[in-house]
Design a protein around this ligand. Structure first.
Ligand code: HEC
Ligand code: HEC
Ligand code: HEC
Length: 450
């Protein structure tokens, strides 16, 4: 009995061994048809399609849609529209955009998605867009850390079947005007003009030429504002995207399309754009318009850490921010009707209570939890002295809370100072994050017209 079993195992091992040797022999012979031109036999095509569908179906069981996510949200659709135009339509086409004969000669050739998306559930589409499909040319999302972006892309796919050419052009292509006003900022950069112009048109697809990212009534908060941020912050941030130190499937492609010189010109240009949210004529970024941005000496040395223009030491004050200069009065309370109504007793709505909590965190911090007052770095006077502190006023609420959550789970990189935020956020609760994001989003600005 025992002997028999051993023999059987030996036989099986032998057969497997022979099979492997046979497969190696066939591959070695060089006779396997790998030509895309010959397509697949219909049985092979069926088999591969069936395998793919089964895999997506089973593996997407682990995907769970975040609570409260609304795939009809026009902001999500807009957030991912231009990415679709630059990253997907080359293969899949788009409303009014035919597929090129080149991609049609792929095996398998990418299907037009208008006709296909209804066959998949939301979770399945998410799975396909996040992980991609091996051996087919269908790429994975550039980073595995940003499910929020993948969901936005799924929202766009859901909107695709009913989309007209006109709607698509407006969402994704923005009817870019010709001629760029370089009067403010970018003219000093010694980059070849055409390249910077093209690059700017590229950024404008999402951020607009004014850097405010607004398009229409419904979805104007789809992108963070970059107008008036200090040029060194913008430049270091763009390099962080390009070097994958800050992860975003939407931003890594545009940031890595251009060399450092061009990114520098873009940083200067956007930092010189006025942001009405800041209630100043030119954004505080303008103060750093001429700031030294340390560029790698040759474009190969891209890994060299950016040397900061010696910012003051980053020691976050742990309790309340004293506001000795009366900045708060000038900057927040006077110009902001929100705080005026929220501060006195009688906060009725949950929203008001949330905003009041947000205000307290931003202005006073939470000493016992070691959460410093955000304004001690992000307030106007602190920003004046440091070109790496971004302003937060008027940024989209979803954007602020998403960034804070990313830091909390250590998935948000950035400039060389990114670790500061990472430490601060560790002690914050979800509710505190929501509150402070809501408060900053509500600070005076004209972007939201609703
Ligand atoms: C280089 C070409 C290429 C690019 C770029 C590309 N895809 Fe694909 N995609 C494919 C191919 C090929 C398939 C078919 C795979 C298969 O049938 O196994 C596919 C399949 C899909 C499917 C499944 C459709 C179906 O029913 O078979 C979805 C959804 C999809 N792609 C979405 C996207 C999105 C969103 C983007 C942009 C982020 C994108 N693709 C970028 C080549 C591409
Ligand atoms: C396809 C849309 C798209 C394009 C094109 C695009 N961006 Fe962005 N940008 C985004 C999104 C979305 C974010 C938010 C990223 C995140 O969630 O982390 C962002 C973030 C940024 C940030 C970080 C803002 C902050 O406050 O930290 C900068 C800087 C930026 N973009 C500059 C640019 C520049 C310059 C270009 C052109 C080279 C460009 N972007 C092109 C969509 C885009
Ligand atoms: C000690 C200084 C300091 C304090 C205090 C501070 N921050 Fe920051 N914050 C920074 C720096 C520096 C960055 C830029 C990080 C990077 O991208 O590299 C930043 C970036 C951010 C960003 C991302 C902005 C963008 O455009 O992407 C958010 C959101 C933010 N901080 C929120 C907060 C909140 C909320 C608090 C208070 C709880 C806070 N910060 C306190 C220094 C500080």
């Amino acid at each position: 009995m025992r002997l028999k079993l051993v023999l059987t195992w030996k036989w099986m091992a032998g057969i497997v061994g022979l099979g492997i040797a046979g497969a190696l022999l066939i591959s070695w012979s060089g006779l396997v048809s790998i030509a895309a031109s010959s397509g697949h036999w219909s049985v092979t095509r069926w088999f591969l399609g069936w395998t793919m569908e089964n895999a997506v179906e089973s593996q997407s069981l682990l995907v769970s849609k975040p609570e409260g996510l609304d795939l009809d949200d026009p902001t999500l659709v807009l957030r991912s529209a231009a990415h679709y135009a630059t990253a997907c339509s080359i293969c899949h086409g788009a409303p009014g955009v035919p597929q090129s004969p080149v991609v049609q000669a792929m095996t398998p050739s990418p299907p037009r998605l208008e006709e296909k998306v209804s066959e998949w559930s939301d979770e399945e589409l998410f799975w396909i867009v996040k992980y991609g499909i091996k051996y087919s040319g269908m790429p994975a999302w550039p980073t595995q850390d940003r499910d929020d972006e993948v969901w936005a892309q799924v929202a766009f796919l859901r909107a695709l079947p009913g989309m007209t050419l006109g709607q698509y052009a407006e969402l994704a292509l923005r009817g870019e005007p010709t001629g760029i006003d370089f009067a403010q900022g970018a003219e000093s950069a010694a980059a070849p003009d055409g390249v910077v112009e093209n690059a700017l048109a590229d950024c404008a697809l999402c951020h607009g030429r004014d850097g405010l990212g607004q398009v229409d009534e419904e979805a104007e908060n789809a992108f963070p504002a970059i107008a008036g941020q200090p040029a060194p912050y913008l430049y270091a941030t763009l390099r962080a995207f390009a070097l994958e130190q800050r992860r975003s499937g939407f931003m890594e492609p545009p940031a890595s399309r251009y060399e450092p010189k061009v990114l520098e010109a873009l940083a200067r240009y956007f930092s010189a754009q006025p942001n009405p949210a800041l209630a100043t004529v030119a954004g505080p970024g303008a103060e750093f318009r001429g700031a030294t941005i340390d560029l790698p000496t040759d474009s190969d040395a891209v890994d060299s850490p950016l040397v900061a223009r010696s910012p003051e030491p980053f020691v976050p004050p742990l309790s309340s921010w004293p506001d000795e200069a009366g900045i708060l009065e000038r900057e927040d309370d006077v110009s902001n009707p929100m705080t005026a109504t929220a501060a006195p007793a009688g906060l009725v709505t949950p929203r008001e209570r949330l905003l009041e909590l947000g205000r307290r965190i931003a202005v006073e911090g939470v000493g016992p939890l070691k959460i410093p007052a955000c304004q001690s770095c992000h307030g106007r006077s602190a920003r004046k002295n440091n070109p790496y502190y971004p302003y937060l006023e008027g940024q989209p609420e979803w954007y602020l809370s998403e960034q804070l959550s990313l830091w909390q789970t250590r998935r948000r990189g950035g400039t060389v100072y990114s670790h500061i935020m990472s430490e601060i956020v560790q002690n914050m609760s979800d509710n505190q994050i929501a509150a402070v994001a809501a408060w900053y989003a509500e600070q005076p600005h004209v972007r939201r017209r609703k």
